[in-house]
Design a protein around this ligand. Structure first.
Ligand SMILES: C[S@@+](CC[C@H](N)C(=O)[O-])C[C@H]1O[C@@H](n2cnc3c(N)ncnc32)[C@H](O)[C@@H]1O
Length: 526
């Protein structure tokens, strides 16, 4: 039996009793358009690390945190004050505090938080208390999705897998059942709370900032209905507490709409392991079923061209490519990836650089092969924090030129667009630090302008014209335009969205940019 319910103008939920629920397109969805928007998620709260610098209702970040000007570009002025009841959560306005108190149950949890203070309840425990309270007063609209009771839990699989996660679930369930008694309004049983814990792990999503940094946890029925694909046709993103799902490509009517539950930067083997361990299914998406076990493309060690990993001789230079060397390179990448998953891994610049250099030294792996992009990204962030913009620029530029076009093929993929904006912001800082030019090799103003036109031309598709990101980019572009004296004219408008290549006088600059990246990667390989 199969049931269908509309959940937005262009998407409907199909419930096949034997096979679970899926979201489908109810019309032809064009590439880069909004599929669903949830203004008021059931649960959307900061994680432990962000209770102090995020509004507990709208998730705005306090502007005094992350004083680096690169990040300031993404922030609007916000000042937070504690809830005087518990002194655990903070708000940016009276309106947010009132909404959280009345509509989102802080009224009920405030006493519980106060009783635990100075101990702060872990994020899952705080989210479970909200779930439990919502369960009691579910609105009729929740019934469309089966409410909290109808969310997938995989409790038996969690129990069978056992280990630390199951123990943590039991402990958290007992503790939250106990805490719930403090409110004197209601109390819950541990078994019920354990079921909620499993549902939370399966159905919640991570709230992220404009720069895709994790800041909290969110649960909405609509988002919980999307299934996973490693080659998704849609992407989920946040604007404060607003959750939106946008299309990455054109989606035909009645086609399933999928998002990715996991990091695109992982290898196929790692993706399948994580999906099976965290969500209890074997991924059979087109990417997983067609992907060869080693990288599709490698660098020819002799002539530096990108060639298919299935051939044994480079077509450009006839140089031999040995299977043994390729296997060793892939194993090295896997062991570095596994090391990175362990909590206590050394994340210092020295350790990150050592790993990055050892991968490049194999002379076979492209800059897009995991974990190379993540190492470049972590290093760039570490250098930005240390104020070393020159070093950050080199890593971000390498990602821009060599990794992102392969990883995020769609030019308006939100991650690619945001990272391009960060690259432009870092380049402005490089220009401030060394106005004579980046080793005399690039034209700053034209390059910054080219990057910004690429971002502004894609932001409506990647984030939506009414998103805070699009607004921030428009504001910054106007500032830069005024600074470098570019008038708005028809020609400049025609460059929008096209990137550096579209700007007529930038041909030489693009060659210089490529040379910077070639020299940098050669240095890392040495
Ligand atoms: C957030 S729920 C998605 C909605 C779910 N289909 C339902 O019926 O409620 C996540 C769960 O859906 C199932 N699922 C999601 N993507 C899948 C896929 N590509 N293949 C098989 N099962 C999938 C898994 O059971 C997973 O734990």
């Amino acid at each position: 039996m199969s049931l269908s319910v509309d959940i937005s103008d262009n998407a409907y939920l199909k419930d096949r009793l034997s096979a679970g629920r899926f979201i489908h397109a109810s019309t032809l969805v064009s590439a880069g358009s909004e599929i669903i928007r949830v203004e008021d998620p059931l649960i959307c709260i900061p994680d432990e690390a962000h209770l102090d610098n995020c509004c507990h209702y709208c998730m705005s970040e306090e502007s005094s945190t992350g004083t680096e000007s690169v990040y300031q570009a993404y922030k609007l002025p916000v000042k937070l004050s504690y809830c005087l009841g518990c002194r655990v959560v903070k708000y940016c306005s009276k309106a947010c505090q009132t909404a959280d108190w009345k509509r989102k149950n802080h009224k009920y949890e405030c006493d519980i938080y106060k009783a635990q203070y100075p101990r702060i309840l872990p994020t899952p425990a705080r989210a479970m208390l909200r779930m439990a309270k919502h369960f009691l007063n579910e609105t009729p609209s929740a019934k469309v999705f089966g409410g909290i009771g109808g969310l997938k839990a995989h409790t038996e699989e969690f129990q069978k897998a056992g280990g630390e996660r199951w123990e943590m679930g039991n402990l958290t369930a007992k503790a939250t059942a106990e805490f719930s008694k403090v409110s004197k309004q209601i109390s819950f049983e541990p078994d019920f709370m354990r079921d909620l814990y499993c549902k939370l792990l399966i159905n919640s999503v991570t709230v992220t900032t404009q720069t895709f940094d994790p800041i909290g946890i969110c649960l909405t029925y609509q988002a919980a209905m999307f299934n996973h694909s490693c080659d998704p046709n849609a992407v989920m993103l946040f604007d404060g507490r607003r959750l939106v799902v946008r299309s990455l490509k054109e989606i035909a009517k009645d086609t399933e709409i999928t998002i990715s539950y996991i990091d695109n930067l992982m290898t196929g083997k790692e993706r399948r392991r994580e999906l099976s361990e965290r969500y209890f299914f074997d991924c059979k998406c087109s990417k997983c079923t067609s992907e060869p076990p080693s990288p599709d493309y490698i660098v020819c060690p002799k002539c530096d061209q990108s060639v298919s990993s299935t051939i044994k001789t480079c077509p450009a230079c006839n140089g031999p490519i040995s299977d043994d060397k390729l296997t060793a390179a892939v194993m090295l990448a896997e062991s570095i990836n596994q090391g990175r998953e362990k909590k206590n891994t050394d994340k210092s610049v020295d350790a990150l650089l050592k790993n990055l250099k050892s991968l490049y030294a194999t002379n076979l792996l492209l800059s897009s092969y995991p974990p190379i992009p993540q190492l470049h990204q972590d290093l760039a962030m570490a250098y930005i924090d240390a104020g070393d913009y020159n070093a950050a620029f080199q890593h971000l530029l390498t990602l821009y030129v060599r990794a992102y076009p392969r990883i995020y093929e769609t030019s308006f993929h939100p991650v690619r667009v945001v990272r391009t904006f960060t690259l432009a912001m870092v380049l402005i800082q490089v220009a401030v630090d060394s106005p004579e030019g980046f080793g005399g090799r690039t034209d700053f103003t034209k390059t910054v302008w080219g990057l910004l036109t690429e971002v502004i031309g894609n932001a409506d598709k990647s984030h939506g014209a009414d998103s805070s990101f699009a607004e921030i980019v428009r504001r910054k572009t106007e500032e830069v335009k005024a600074d470098i004296g570019i008038d708005s004219n028809r020609e400049a408008d025609s460059w929008l969205g096209q990137g550096l290549k579209a700007i007529p006088e930038l041909g030489e600059t693009i060659q210089k940019i490529k040379k910077i990246v070639d020299d940098f990667v050669a240095e890392l390989r040495a």
